[in-house]
Design a protein around this ligand. Structure first.
Ligand SMILES: [Zn+2]
Length: 232
């Protein structure tokens, strides 16, 4: 299975990423609860490993594209079609909503959507969507410097800083107060590589509105759900 770079948001020197759907043994190992990573960061690393094993060019992918490639790999592993049923949670009423989506429904952010820099406590810091290689390096530095069970969103946020010395970035983020917190909250949005998709929930139906859900969780957590919905 081939993902052409035309489908990706970054610029690359190779024409495509070559992926293999998981075989039965890999699939069973992946969904085995005994192999479930203990943190969301570890789960995400496991997903990156999936695509890196298929094609080492994935090291050069920007993280937004890596998320797309992970999604395509998972989709191809459970269905030969490009459409799948997913279950999401309505952010307004908490109901479980089943929606049919195709790979094309999921819109990924562009690299240039990310602000070029952020000013915190009067100092300007450059921002950039990291490649998988940079992400892995930065994340291992973050984890070794900060032993607390740090969330994947915060790890992703820290890797958006161009600064390579992660201990500096950890200090900046940990010491943020007042308006710096608001600015970091805004930046947090860019850790989600996908744009939210509209789904219909009965709680909004009377008012004629749509509910908007993030599909990034689909990419990290919901492989099992894709699988169970594909056989349901
Ligand atoms: Zn609802």
């Amino acid at each position: 299975m081939i993902v052409s770079i035309n489908q990706l948001v970054g610029e690359y020197s190779f024409p495509a990423i070559v992926l293999h759907p998981m075989n039965f043994k890999q699939f069973v190992q992946y969904i085995d609860p005994a192999n479930k990573p203990s943190t969301k960061v570890a789960s995400y690393m496991k997903d990156l490993e999936l695509i890196l094993n298929d094609d080492p060019n994935c090291y050069d992918l920007r993280i937004y594209d890596a998320d797309y490639v992970i999604f395509r790999k998972k989709l191809a592993s459970v269905t030969s079609k490009s459409i799948a049923t997913i279950t999401t949670t309505c952010p307004d009423c908490g109901a479980q909503i089943r929606t049919r989506i195709s790979a094309d429904d999921i819109k990924f952010r562009k690299l240039e959507d990310l602000p070029k820099s952020i000013v915190l406590s009067g100092k300007e810091y450059e921002l950039e969507i990291p490649t998988v290689r940079e992400f892995l390096l930065k994340t291992s530095n973050i984890i070794s410097s900060d032993k607390s069970d740090i969330g994947i969103e915060i790890v992703k946020l820290m890797t958006l800083f161009k600064e390579r010395e992660m201990s500096k970035v950890i200090n900046i983020v940990n010491n943020a107060t007042h308006e710096d917190i608001i600015k970091l909250m805004d930046l947090l949005e860019y850790t989600d590589s996908t744009l939210p998709i509209p789904v219909e929930c009965s709680c909004k139906k009377e008012k004629g509105g749509n509910t908007v859900v993030s599909v990034s969780s689909l990419i990290t957590d919901m492989f099992l759900d894709l699988y169970s919905n594909s056989i349901a």
